[in-house]
Design a protein around this ligand. Structure first.
Ligand SMILES: [Zn+2]
Ligand SMILES: [Zn+2]
Length: 309
């Protein structure tokens, strides 16, 4: 891993004089700390069906997506032994914990195999098995409810709050090595914006800012989402729209594998333009020009004499 970082740094610094001492100090201090990654996977069956259509320029099926995602998750675990990982799935109408490196149930442990590394096998089999179970439970619905993305983000924030603020009994101990330093959330989104979730998403962003959590977004399929662009911008994360969907793993590793402390010296791609539009509180439409109540800062699409909020 260190070799890969150094090679990357060398390539990115050949154009200007490198300050190796600074780089190395920064890398070593970042490598010493455990980092936490929460991954939120948007698992809308309709959107994934559309994504796999061969009429797309780069069709991406959920099977290919999962195999590349699992390779990325394994890379995160392999970067450092103390790294923690949690995976949430946003299914239609509900969000589910798919994997957590800190809480393993006894029935999660797969059969041992001499040719596989147990931590990798544990992640791969648990995530795939739980996604399959959820998809089987969904079955044939006439109308698919929207994906519970905000629910998954909220659960991820609660999880991070728990691991970064251990119980008061351990407070006072100088430095617990299990405390994570730069927690981050990676959202892999395929669904379009849900304008009714504007307020919950903004609340989640403010909580993330308070917890110093970085939110990264990878838009795998579908149009750009305004709210997730704002989430990444406001928490100092990256929003990446996947142009070459056949290169998903490369995007994930180049942009989202490095912990936030190391990104100061790595040129991690960020979005160059951000859509700052908001949704009105009255009709939940995304508006270009809004009218803001001077008392409670509610946003409306037309001027109102008395604030309805
Ligand atoms: Zn309105
Ligand atoms: Zn008001």
């Amino acid at each position: 891993m260190i070799t890969a970082y150094l090679l990357w740094l060398y390539r990115s610094s050949t154009s200007h004089a490198p300050n190796w001492t600074k780089y190395l100090t920064c890398i070593i201090s970042a490598m010493e700390k455990a980092s936490h990654l929460s991954v939120i996977v948007d698992l809308s069956p309709t959107q994934w069906h559309l994504s796999a259509q061969t009429s797309n320029q780069y069709p991406l099926s959920i099977e290919t997506f999962l195999s590349q995602l699992l390779a990325f998750l394994n890379a995160h675990i392999a970067s450092k032994h103390e790294n923690s990982l949690v995976v949430f799935g946003a299914f239609p109408g509900k969000s589910v914990l798919l994997y957590s490196s800190t809480e393993l149930l006894s029935d999660d442990v797969p059969s041992l195999d001499a040719n596989s590394y147990l931590p990798f096998k544990l992640v791969d089999s648990t995530v795939v098995q739980r996604i399959m179970n959820e998809f089987d439970a969904i079955g044939e619905l006439d109308e698919e409810p929207s994906c519970a993305l905000v629910g998954a983000v909220t659960k991820a924030l609660c999880y991070i709050n728990r691991i970064t603020h251990p119980s008061s009994t351990t407070a006072g101990v100088a430095e617990d090595p299990s405390i994570v330093h730069d927690p981050r959330i990676l959202i892999l989104s395929v669904s379009p914006d849900l304008s009714s979730s504007y307020i919950p998403i903004m609340n989640a962003i403010f909580s993330a800012q308070k917890l110093k959590v970085t939110i990264d977004v990878c838009k795998v399929y579908g149009p750009d989402t305004v709210f997730l662009q704002q989430a990444a911008h406001l928490t100092n994360g990256s929003y990446i729209y996947l142009e070459r969907r056949d290169a998903l793993l490369q995007y994930l590793i180049m942009s989202f594998l490095s912990p936030t402390s190391i990104r100061k010296i790595l040129a991690v791609p960020k979005q160059d333009k951000i859509d700052f539009r908001a949704a009105c509180f009255c009709h939940k439409n995304i508006v270009d020009i809004g009218f803001v109540c001077s008392v409670c800062l509610s946003i409306f699409c037309q001027p109102l004499p008395v604030c309805s909020t």
